[in-house]
Design a protein. Structure first.
Length: 230
């Protein structure tokens, strides 16, 4: 319930889609019996793009998947159907490159849930476990509910939004991610910390001052904000 309230509180008039989806991935790890989560969105041209994750290892895995074009998230997106409780060891012949990369990063099972709006799949919520234990049906229902809330966030809660405005929102989210990655790298290099810590500093600064995550990242990249201010 606390997670739902927190997500709802973030859905204000000028909310940041990237921040909402990052919150989604982080809270999934707390609310559901998984160790990591990531969100992929479809660009207007139909390609999946990485948008948010709960950890840097998940970020690396999701980037590998979208670049190779093969893996559970890609399959979930294309079919519009969930993939649950799938052992990466057992699925090594299904997606050999993805499965091996995931295992190398410390994951053993994957669960993918489609993010849908009125019959259209906009993206995928990817859940990962460090062991082969099963995610319960109740946890899958909770995770799908969180994914549905995030989907509503993408389209700004407007049930009459047309396809062009949906595409605009997706483009904004995808472009914002590029700026955030640049800021993360600059912070990491400047203060000699790993990128997870750098992102945490960036996001904490934005949330503590009620600023948009993308705006803070842009200020870092353009030099209008000094990194020491974080």
């Amino acid at each position: 319930m606390t997670t739902l309230v927190e997500l709802a509180d973030n859905l204000v008039d000028d909310y940041d889609v990237i921040d909402v989806l990052t919150l989604l991935s982080s809270r999934c790890v707390e609310a559901v019996d998984v160790d990591a989560a990531g969100v992929l969105l479809a660009s207007p041209d139909g390609d999946l793009r990485f948008v948010a994750s709960s950890s840097e290892s998940t970020h690396l895995l999701e980037l590998f998947e979208v670049q190779s074009g093969v893996g559970p998230s890609v399959e979930c997106f294309r079919s519009g159907e969930p993939i649950a409780n799938l052992s990466l060891q057992d699925s090594s012949s299904r997606w050999p490159l993805f499965s091996q990369r995931a295992i190398d990063l410390g994951f053993r099972a994957v669960h993918c849930l489609p993010m849908r709006l009125r019959g259209r799949t906009l993206g995928v919520l990817n859940l990962l476990r460090a062991d082969d234990g099963r995610v319960t049906d109740e946890d899958i229902v909770v995770a799908q509910g969180l994914a549905d809330i995030a989907t509503i966030a993408i389209v700004q809660r407007e049930t009459t939004m047309n396809a062009q405005r949906v595409n605009d929102q997706l483009n904004i989210a995808l472009n914002s991610r590029i700026i955030i990655e640049q800021a993360k790298g600059m912070i990491s290099q400047a203060v000699r910390c790993d990128v997870d810590v750098a992102f945490g500093q960036l996001r904490n600064h934005a949330r503590s001052r009620n600023l948009r995550l993308t705006d803070v990242a842009s200020s870092i990249v353009t030099g209008s904000m000094r990194i020491v201010e974080l």
